[in-house]
Design a protein around this ligand. Structure first.
Ligand code: PSU
Ligand code: MN
Length: 304
């Protein structure tokens, strides 16, 4: 039944079948998170990094209504450039599939498709979360409800402080989603290694991390795991500088009435503009760093 919808590229399918290390990658970061051509360059480099660490990369997207796991170079280029690519979260999947359209997958929908394909490890930049003022707007990313129910480990650099990081942690705790600081006791805030929010759980190496994650699933504790991997020191942004930029961007979004799924892409693009591209440089580097950790974790998991 799934075969009708799911299209796994042969190299990835072979790796999954033989229980080799595979790393899923999302595509919203390509089509809505970064400008062209840096988006496509980054996507290619991330795949290279995953390979160089002994795992097979599988970028996920929806093309002509098919759930694609593992994209060709032309498909990556298309996603990075095309105008008619929807940002697809859980609720949107049936529409893009049923109408035969193109969609870039968010953390939530990438997790769904990775799980369908049998992939356990997924690398991204930052996850969605509880937005500031969610008390009024109810804007809570579907990434969080997905983490509560789908068995995929997500490596990210924490979450951006465009979100309310404290409420995001509370939400994840309520839903039983472990947030593991990778080599840190603090939730990283994407552009910075610090956020001011302490984490309860920490692990310092991929082998131990793999054992923790395997235990969760062996025990039938449904849901994902967030691995919060701080941006390398040399690429981290100044805390006050980036937070000022974020505040400015949030004000601008409010002024322009930006809402719903447009919010995150708007803020990312605006912050990039007012930091003269510095936020994009940091974003690219943190994704590379996550790709390293994700590949190492996938390799360790495949050995257990
Ligand atoms: N954070 C980033 N870059 C991104 C996103 C988040 O730093 O590109 C994307 C991811 O695909 C994430 C989505 O799943 O935004 C969350 O969107 P929303 O808040 O609308 O659920
Ligand atoms: Mn939202």
């Amino acid at each position: 039944m799934l075969d009708k919808y799911l299209d796994i590229n042969p190299e990835v399918a072979e790796a999954i079948k033989n229980k080799k290390a595979v790393v899923a990658l999302e595509s919203t970061i390509i089509s809505h998170g970064m400008p062209y051509p840096q988006n496509v360059e980054t996507a290619r480099k991330v795949e290279e990094i995953v390979r160089s660490r002994g795992a097979i990369p599988a970028t996920i997207a929806i093309l002509n209504g098919k759930l694609k796991v593992g994209l060709t170079d032309e498909e990556l280029e298309f996603l990075g450039n095309a105008k008619n690519v929807a940002k697809v979260s859980r609720r949107d999947i049936p529409f893009i599939v049923g109408k035969g359209l193109n969609g870039a997958t968010t953390v939530a929908s990438t997790m769904i498709i990775a799980e369908m394909a049998g992939i356990k490890v997924f690398v991204t930049g930052g996850i969605g979360g509880v937005h500031r003022n969610a008390q009024q707007t109810f804007d809570i990313s579907a990434d969080l409800t997905e983490l509560a129910q789908t068995n995929v480990a997500v490596i990210c650099a924490g979450a951006k402080s465009i979100l309310d990081l404290g409420l995001t942690l509370e939400y994840l705790e309520t839903h039983g989603v472990p947030v593991v600081g990778y080599g840190t006791d603090e939730l990283p805030a994407f552009y910075t290694r610090q956020s001011g929010f302490k984490l309860v759980h920490r692990s310092d190496n991929a082998n131990e991390l793999a054992k923790i994650i395997k235990s969760k699933w062996d025990l039938n504790l449904q849901g994902g795991v967030v691995i919060a991997n701080p941006i390398p020191e040399e690429y981290a942004m100044d805390f006050d500088y980036i937070n000022d930029a974020i505040e400015t961007a949030l004000k601008e979004a409010k002024l322009r009435g930006v809402s719903g799924k447009e919010t995150t892409p708007f803020l990312l693009a605006y912050i990039k503009r007012i930091t003269h591209g510095k936020s994009l440089d940091a974003n690219i580097q943190l994704v590379y760093n996550n790709a390293k950790v994700g590949a190492e974790l996938a390799v360790e998991l495949s050995r257990l």
